[in-house]
Design a protein around this ligand. Sequence first.
Ligand SMILES: C[S@@+](CC[C@H](N)C(=O)[O-])C[C@H]1O[C@@H](n2cnc3c(N)ncnc32)[C@H](O)[C@@H]1O
Length: 180
Amino acid sequence: MSPPRWPSQLQYLQSSQFHSSVPHVTRLTILGNPKGPAAPHRPPVVIRPISSTSHPAYGQYGLFAAKKIPPKTHIIDYIGEIHCDDRPDSDYDLSLYRGHDGVNVGIDASKMGNEARFINDYRGVTAKPNAIFSDTKTPWGEMCMIVCSSGQEIKKGEEILVSYGKAWWRARSSDSLIAV
Ligand SMILES: C[S@@+](CC[C@H](N)C(=O)[O-])C[C@H]1O[C@@H](n2cnc3c(N)ncnc32)[C@H](O)[C@@H]1O
């Protein structure tokens, strides 16, 4: 079941889906040795509209801590459509894997995903991010992208904010006045 305030036009996913652009051999590399579906995990987060007019993403959504999150703690997996085609127009596309064969694999949550797609960048909101994206592997070797708290605890109700990176903003600098 999708979480409260999940937009009806988007597909809510419990695990990432492969797009047809991902070659079979690349799928096997990404999946590792699957041991069956992972136990469902309700992340300690809530989607909320950004209601502060001083927030640069005012009028959009953000992701907030539903309870206190200790430092360096896994918060949520970044789930979406795993793909190998180019998605230059997506603002929800993270790089998962770059193969030696030149294959680039991304996770795009523009049309389908989970709560993690609502994480905003810290610029213009706080002095520094309180969370990071991290590419890692599950115990059974599946490649995945997760969101973890950084060195300090995140208080209940606080917005979860990462850095999208300077390159992300530079690529969009004609649309945005944010200094990178
Ligand atoms: C991955 S989405 C984040 C979720 C988005 N707020 C939503 O409601 O779907 C990335 C988009 O959020 C907005 N955004 C996120 N962080 C921002 C920031 N610090 N300043 C301005 N816009 C931001 C931009 O429109 C960006 O393209």
